[in-house]
Design a protein around this ligand. Structure first.
Ligand code: NAD
Ligand code: UGA
Length: 443
């Protein structure tokens, strides 16, 4: 099939590359000329494991190309995929200005029947508006389909090639047949539904996953007070198939470009029809506060933070990505700076992006985990990068001014801590002891 993907961010680029891998001819369009040049030279502007190799092999095979010429791309394609951003407006609602602009461009350049497939996450009713925007500018026939995207950053290629399900929301039998054929090689689990339900499936899925995370984080806070271990609690819960083991990792709360944005947007979608989504509002509140447990634990371990040297490991919102959008590290580091601390920060790949969000003479940007820990009064683990798990903890303690470790992602096991002198705080595991038999303090 001949496909145009508009927007070459995490979703558009990975979708375009994967559809070309399935043998389709794909043109990826972006209005960011620098990005188009980088991509045309075979380089990937984001960090996404495995993407560059598949991208280059499909470019070489002549099935994948990049351009800023949207008109030409549209005229050469039967399926147009919209994958531009839908960031939050200050009131939490989704900003649809990129979507509207693209819809109007599609409307202007339509020259034959096409399927317009929206992959961007958009509020319920948006695809009807896209249809109106396009329809107001063309007399050529087209069909709208909402096909929400469920990939995760860091595993985006894998998630796209082996999805749990594909949701197709459309009212056109012709579009159903074509989109079933397009997605058929990926999975048998294809759910065909109406457009509004498809739009809602995306928000409901992200909101539910965010709810699981806030739920386990609250359980972890209670575990700290009653002397239970949240990792064992989650394990015990997860064997129940009705609950499932995933998304029950307690930590410093969810971040990223999607859960914070989409939970806020769903609260607004409900609010717009006079529904007060109380549960989701609490999920968001719990999440906002959870990250500051890091500061509370530092307070307890060190007292006054003014002038203290705090090492921070991990700036990305999760491992295997250089994305720092809404990363908990942003607010945690800002709070440390407000309290007068000196920060020694390290991330394997996200430092450059992070410095665009937060920078200060009180932060030193280190080139290795050990360098960041050198002379520090405490070390905070904010992202569970694999390399942090492989560090020799006894050696690490030697490097530091004081062996205080605040593990915001529970990456170290009980036996690793037991052999060290670390005063160790984790999330919801208050019973862990170090070499002196000293228990993690309970807040
Ligand atoms: P992104 O910001 O990484 O990429 C968007 C791209 O669109 C950018 O490259 C931008 O230059 C381009 N763009 C904007 N306006 C354009 C225009 N008029 N013409 C051509 N290109 C234009 O965004 P993303 O993370 O890929 O997310 C895109 C959508 O997919 C959002 O709605 C998001 O909620 C949703 N989503 C994202 C993920 C994820 O993991 N990032 C997963 C599922 C769904
Ligand atoms: C999430 C969803 O998982 C995807 O299905 C969805 O497509 C995407 O949002 C989106 O709509 O953009 P992503 O944000 O890439 O994907 O990353 P996740 O792996 O879901 O992690 C999100 C955040 O939750 C991270 O900060 C992570 O550290 C945190 N998290 C995740 C936890 O704190 N505990 C967990 O058990 C799982």
């Amino acid at each position: 099939m001949n496909i145009t993907v508009i927007g070459t961010g995490y979703v558009g680029l990975v979708s375009g590359v994967c559809f070309s891998e399935l043998g389709n001819n794909v043109i990826c369009v972006d209005n960011n000329l620098e990005k188009v040049t980088t991509l045309s030279e075979g380089n990937v502007p984001i960090y996404e494991p495995g993407l560059k190799e598949i991208m280059n092999s499909n470019m070489k095979a002549g099935r994948l190309s990049f351009t800023s010429n949207i008109q030409e791309a549209i005229s050469r394609s039967d399926i147009i995929i919209i994958a531009v951003g839908t960031p939050s407006l200050p009131n939490g609602e989704a900003n649809l200005s990129y979507i509207e602009l693209v819809a109007r461009e599609i409307g202007s350049y339509m020259d034959s029947y096409k399927i317009i497939m929206t992959k961007s996450t958009v509020p319920v009713g948006t695809n009807d508006r896209i249809e109106e925007w396009i329809g107001s500018l063309t007399t050529h026939p087209f069909d709208m389909a909402s096909v929400p995207e469920f990939l995760r950053e860091g595993t985006a290629v894998q998630d796209t090639l082996y999805p749990d399900r594909i949701v197709i929301g459309t009212r056109s039998e012709r579009a159903i047949a074509i989109l079933r054929e397009l997605h058929g090689p990926l999975t048998d689990q294809i759910i065909v539904t109406d457009i509004r339900s498809a739009e809602m499936i995306k928000y409901a899925s992200n909101a539910f996953l965010a709810t699981k995370i806030s739920f386990i984080n609250e359980i972890s806070n209670i575990c700290e007070k009653v002397g239970a271990d949240v990792s064992r609690v989650a394990e015990g819960m997860g064997y129940d198939k009705r609950i499932g083991a995933s998304f029950l990792k307690a930590g410093i709360g969810y971040g990223g470009s999607c859960f914070p944005k989409d939970t806020q947007a769903l609260i607004q979608i409900a609010g717009n029809v006079d529904y007060d989504f109380k549960l989701l509002k609490s999920v968001v509140e719990v999440n906002k506060d959870q990250r500051f447990n890091i500061i509370r634990k530092l307070d307890e371990a060190l007292g006054e933070l003014e002038g203290k040297h705090i090492a921070v490991w991990g700036l990305a919102f999760k491992p295997d990505t250089d994305d720092v959008r809404d990363a908990p590290a942003i607010e945690i580091i800002q709070r440390l700076l407000d309290l007068g601390a000196k920060v020694q920060a390290y991330d394997p790949i996200a430092t450059n992006n992070f410095r665009k969000e937060v920078d200060s003479p009180s932060i030193t940007w280190e080139n290795s985990a050990m360098e960041a820990a050198k002379g520090a009064d405490a070390l905070c683990v904010l992202t569970e990068w694999k390399e942090f798990m492989e560090i020799n903890l006894s050696e690490l303690a030697e490097y530091m001014n004081q062996p205080v470790l605040i593990d915001g992602r529970n990456i170290y096991a009980e036996n690793q801590i037991a052999d060290t002198s670390f005063q160790y705080y984790s999330v919801g595991r208050p019973g862990l002891t170090n070499i002196d038999g000293r228990k993690t303090a309970v807040l």
